[in-house]
Design a protein around this ligand. Structure first.
Ligand code: DX5
Ligand code: ZN
Length: 232
């Protein structure tokens, strides 16, 4: 049976790559949306879980992750924007998350949260909002597979890209454990911002509006990918 961590590795093997953020998609037709994203050739799906407390917005939870698990074999990159994530880590892993990312601002014991995720053979992620220094996620890095640098304040799609966060990738690389994590960026990624994000070190590029405001997901994703300069 494929573990979450194995599916995470499959997703990262495609890096640098665009991951669609399921926040502004048509939740009334989730099966069709997933089919269209699979046809577009995405390497994974980014799921935005919001609790209305950590962020002033509320989206979906364990049942939707479990529903998506039944719909697709694509890696599920679950972004927990919630307080006390440790209360629900087990359930999100059992529901089918392949990488589970907690916010450094949302728990007092990042290493414990990472260990709890690892128990399920799911990849571990840690995220920081724009105003949070990378020192806040440092305790997680030796146990993290992924570091998510938010380029908008978590909570909503359609916000403007904040380029000042890009210096965090180099800062993370300098920290113990920072040299081996996969780097993700999330928020305001579009044709005009994706190149500077990858140039700064982002490897997984989450995009919401830049995909879902278009009818044709394949061409929207292709136009984003065409902006990514791949070395070699
Ligand atoms: C915001 C979410 C992002 C957001 C991205 O809290 O974590 O994934 O949906 O949407 P865009 O690409 O429109 O900024
Ligand atoms: Zn997100």
């Amino acid at each position: 049976m494929t573990t979450g961590h194995e599916r995470f590795l499959k997703m990262t093997a495609a890096a640098p790559t665009v991951l669609p953020s399921l926040l502004q998609c048509d939740f009334g037709n989730l099966e069709r949306e997933v089919e269209r994203l699979e046809e577009a050739g995405v390497a994974g799906l980014h799921l935005d879980v919001m609790d209305g407390v950590f962020v002033p917005n509320f989206t979906y939870g364990i049942t939707i992750v479990a529903a998506l698990r039944k719909l697709t074999d694509l890696p599920l990159d679950v972004h927990l924007m919630m307080v006390n994530p440790e209360k629900y880590i087990d359930q999100f892993c059992e529901a089918g998350a392949d990488v589970l990312t907690v916010h450094a601002e949302a728990t007092d014991d990042l290493p414990a949260a990472m260990e709890q995720i690892k128990k399920h053979h799911v990849a571990t992620g840690v995220a920081v909002n724009p105003a949070t220094p990378v020192s806040k996620l440092a305790p997680a890095l030796p146990l993290a597979d992924l570091a998510l640098v938010m380029s908008v304040n978590a909570g909503f799609g359609g916000q403007s890209f904040m380029p000042e966060v890009l210096e965090k990738y180099e800062q993370i690389r300098q920290l113990p454990g920072g040299d081996s994590v996969t780097m993700e960026i999330d928020g305001g990624i579009n044709a005009g911002t994706i190149a500077q994000a990858t140039d700064a070190g982002a490897q997984l590029l989450v995009a919401g509006s830049a995909i879902f405001k278009h009818d044709d997901y394949t061409s929207a994703i292709e136009s984003l990918m065409s902006q990514i300069r791949v070395e070699g």
